[in-house]
Design a protein around this ligand. Structure first.
Ligand code: PLP
Length: 294
């Protein structure tokens, strides 16, 4: 992966009414050390992030990502991000991306241990090549997430609806899926309801209706899923949020893992069940996702 750009942000208060935030940004060398050893993002994973897809220099769905960053900050008791400041940082990062697909990451950390302020930065890098996953599909296994569907409401301190930097569990789930011969995982609650993938949302097709697990605090509300639901509705399909028993997964007419950078990866098998794949329809979804979206 080639780095394209990195920028440290000096976060301002949400009431700050300036219109140009350039003097709160410091462009840095993305391949050089930039954080101190007391940084709580690295010591404890104590912070939040967003990954924004970029196509030919256009950052996709920036507002939805900024709103989710603010939502995660609220859940984690981090200072409210000044959205216009972050938007300008995204614009600067996108300008460094050039042609092709790239990814911009926004990171807001608790800061340095015993230090006064959060640490914030933005990076841009070339995206991995996901052509094969988009075209040929992926095999997934269901994995127990280890909590019941009502846990997010009972234990908000688990931060299950926040996009925190603590992704070690998500990465372990992908390794487990690979060790079982699959490409990716779908988490299932301990009482048997479908949740999300470690780095993507799940969309299922039943006839002409597309359904996704309701973002009830236990999963992220995916920006790609939201955008695709708008698109599918504009094409005359029905879309719905639902509480989906895992036993329903064997009887769907199609399934996709969707996320900002890999986009729509059709699922060709869930555990031992083969899932129908419509290559032309999936290509139309990815054409939409690759078009400029605000
Ligand atoms: N769920 C999880 C746990 C994720 O990490 C992600 C993306 O990284 C998603 C869902 C999909 O979100 P988005 O479509 O905004 O990329």
């Amino acid at each position: 992966m080639a780095w394209r750009f990195a920028l440290m942000i000096d976060p301002v208060a949400v009431e700050d009414d300036r219109t140009d935030f350039a003097d709160t940004f410091t462009v840095i060398d993305p391949s050089a050390p930039a954080l101190t050893v007391g940084e709580l993002s690295t010591q404890r994973g104590d912070g939040i992030f967003e990954s924004i897809g970029v196509v030919d220099g256009h950052p996709q769905e920036v507002q939805a990502h900024l709103e989710r960053l603010a939502h995660s900050a609220k859940l984690c008791d981090l200072p409210t991000p000044h959205l216009e400041q972050w938007r300008q940082a995204v614009t600067d990062a996108a300008a460094a991306c050039g042609a092709g697909e790239a990814v911009i990451k926004l990171i807001l950390s608790r800061g340095v241990e015993h230090g006064p302020a959060p640490t914030a930065w933005v990076t841009a890098a070339e995206a991995s090549d996901f052509a094969a996953a988009r075209r040929d599909g992926i095999r997934v296994v269901t994995l127990d997430r280890g909590y019941a569907i009502d846990v997010p409401a009972r234990a908000p301190w688990l931060l299950l609806g926040a996009k925190t930097l603590s992704y070690a569990v998500n990465m372990a789930a992908i390794r487990e899926a690979k060790s079982r011969g699959a490409d990716d995982a779908v988490f299932v609650s301990s009482d048997g309801f479908v949740l999300e993938a470690p780095t993507a949302s799940l969309i299922l097709r039943r006839g002409d209706t597309f359904v996704t697990p309701a973002p009830n605090g236990g999963i992220l509300h995916g920006t790609t899923q939201l955008s695709l639901f708008d698109h599918l509705e504009s094409r005359g399909f029905e879309v719905a949020y639902d509480t989906i028993p895992a036993s329903d997964l064997s009887a769907v007419d199609g399934a996709w893992l969707v996320s900002s950078v890999r986009l729509a990866a059709p699922v060709v098998a869930i555990d031992a069940n083969e899932i129908p794949m419509d290559a032309a329809f999936t290509a139309s979804l990815n054409d939409y996702l690759l078009s400029p979206r605000d």
